[in-house]
Design a protein around this ligand. Structure first.
Ligand SMILES: Cc1cc2nc3c(=O)[nH]c(=O)nc-3n(C[C@H](O)[C@H](O)[C@H](O)COP(=O)(O)OP(=O)(O)OC[C@H]3O[C@@H](n4cnc5c(N)ncnc54)[C@H](O)[C@@H]3O)c2cc1C
Ligand SMILES: NC(=O)c1ccc[n+]([C@@H]2O[C@H](COP(=O)([O-])OP(=O)(O)OC[C@H]3O[C@@H](n4cnc5c(N)ncnc54)[C@H](O)[C@@H]3O)[C@@H](O)[C@H]2O)c1
Length: 452
């Protein structure tokens, strides 16, 4: 039996930040990983997605100048772009593995399974630890329908060497809409089929509506209120998606993007006595499971907050402090910024309009049409807009943004919310000009509290 102070199961952002910090602080640490080191975001998620999106975003921004000074069509060469993606993304896990080993972390390649509350097996290895941290993330849902062997997931999509003629995305969530706009820009025909009546629940629906209009303008077909019933091969060797209402979509490639489910089935949590439900592993406000020396971090936790890389990293950093005795406080999340990387982007942070629906009189909601007012510096994006929510003390408490620079703007707004910044504090700073940040700031400050 090999013995460690802390064993991390999974090597994604939920775990590796804490693993490195604890090992550096003198603890004996091991990581168990059944796939590539560094998890979904690094190998099969955010990084690959944003690299491919970069090319589509460039075309999207150039298109905004059609008739305003730019002529000619840019085109995506999917094969070349994918080769660039592979060359850039594929080595990252090796670099991180080297770094983890260099600090002294022992890595076990294989699937971790609890033998009891104090030990796990990884292949032939038996490993015990004082503390365990489970950060096994999520995996794509697979629709239980006839012909589901023809479905692909986000991981397959991000490795697609040839662009199919027609692609269908099932679900109108984040994964679907980001990918749909990317491949439409790259030249594929695209259909989205969604079970519910709307898309991107939880995001500002005014901006979601604008985005759906933009998608339709691009030629993406979107069907709501459709339950996929079966997938079948058709006469022309293509595929058909058939829904309960009788809709048939002929297509060449189908992505099942109907959500993600916690990676817990291989862990044998029952052997350790760890409680879980369909949403994931149940933890308290110290990320501790019902078994006091077993913690969970990242996407695998049953939680209401967004499952994102920065939330997983935040939890990992918190757990490092907790296990080093540097804090005994409960985890306290700041306002969490999240972005849908569509074209344009939709971003959100803090309190949303949906959350204050019944008590709008207690807040001030301001719409800032910065795209039309600052047309000279928003790269001809007149529809770009921010919605800001102020509380009764005039502090900014929530924001959503629709526009190409939404990821940068939302980060800036997150700081104003998180630090409860006032006009006088912001006025002490000198920001770069012209910039969208300073443009938005000039329209925001009149509503913001003057002094603490
Ligand atoms: C297509 C896509 C795009 C995304 N884009 C963004 C984005 O733009 N921004 C953002 O913030 N988030 C994004 N996300 C979400 C982000 O990837 C996750 O929130 C993040 O990776 C969670 O980290 P984690 O460490 O909890 O889980 P993961 O990164 O999934 O890591 C879990 C690891 O555990 C391993 N594992 C599982 N079971 C076992 C076992 N029994 N034994 C050993 N190892 C095991 C897995 O192989 C995996 O490597 C995206 C996700 C997807 C799928
Ligand atoms: N930019 C980002 O931050 C980013 C990007 C990609 C993924 N992610 C993460 O990945 C996860 C989201 O993944 P997702 O987009 O697959 O899930 P999602 O939950 O966002 O969307 C799934 C969609 O599928 C629909 N659906 C469910 N069952 C269906 C059915 N039978 N037929 C048709 N539609 C159906 C749902 O109504 C929903 O609209 C989240 O954890 C998210 O945080 C984040």
């Amino acid at each position: 039996m090999k013995k460690f102070d802390v064993v991390f199961i999974g090597s994604g952002h939920a775990n590796w930040h804490a693993a490195v910090e604890l090992q550096r602080a003198g603890k004996k640490v091991a990581i168990v990983e059944k796939d590539l080191i560094a998890g979904t975001c690094t190998n099969y998620g955010c990084n690959a997605k944003i690299l491919l999106d970069g090319a589509a975003d460039l075309i999207h921004q150039a298109n905004a100048y059609e008739g305003f000074g730019i002529k000619g069509n840019l085109q995506i060469d999917w094969k070349e772009l994918m080769a660039y993606k592979k060359a850039t993304i594929n080595p990252i896990h090796l670099l991180l593995e080297q770094q983890f080993k260099a600090v002294g972390i022992e890595i076990f390649n294989g699937t971790a399974r609890f033998l009891d509350a104090h030990s796990i097996s990884v292949g032939e290895n038996r490993i015990s630890a004082t503390d365990f941290i489970i950060g096994t993330g999520q995996k794509p849902n697979r629709l239980p329908v006839e012909g589901n062997e023809f479905l692909h997931d986000s991981r397959d999509f991000l490795d697609l060497s040839e662009l199919p003629k027609h692609m269908t995305f099932i679900g109108a969530g984040i994964v679907s809409l980001e990918f749909a706009m990317l491949v439409k820009t790259a030249g594929a025909e695209v259909t989205v089929i969604e079970f519910a009546a709307g898309a991107l629940r939880g995001f500002n629906q005014k901006y979601v509506d604008s985005l759906l209009q933009q998608m339709e303008k691009m030629g993406i077909k979107i069907h709501f209120n459709e339950a996929v019933q079966k997938i079948q091969q058709n006469e022309t060797n293509g595929l058909s998606v058939v829904t309960a209402s009788g809709l048939e979509v002929k297509t060449n490639y189908i992505v099942d993007a109907t959500g993600r489910i916690p990676n817990i089935d291989e862990l044998d949590l029952k052997a350790a006595g760890v409680e879980f439900n369909r949403g994931g592993i149940i933890v308290d406000n110290h990320l501790q499971t019902n078994i006091s020396h077993i913690y969970a971090s990242g996407d695998v936790i049953d939680k209401k907050i967004p499952r994102l890389t920065p939330t997983a990293t935040f939890e990992s950093n918190y757990l490092a402090k907790l296990l080093l005795g540097e804090t005994s406080e409960a985890i306290e999340y700041p306002a969490i910024a999240s972005v849908v990387f569509t074209l344009p982007r939709i971003a959100q942070v803090g309190i949303s309009e949906l959350e204050i629906k019944e008590k709008e009189d207690q807040y001030l909601i301001k719409t800032i049409p910065y795209g039309s007012r600052l047309r000279f510096q928003t790269k001809n994006e007149p529809e770009a807009e921010a919605t800001l929510i102020f509380d009764q003390d005039s502090y900014l408490v929530g924001a959503s943004v629709y526009g190409d620079e939404a990821p940068e703007l939302i980060n800036f707004l997150a700081i104003i919310i998180g630090q409860k910044l006032t006009q006088s504090e912001l006025n002490k700073q000198i920001f770069a000009f012209p910039s969208q940040t300073i443009g938005l700031l000039s329209m925001l400050t009149p509503y913001l509290r003057k002094f603490k």
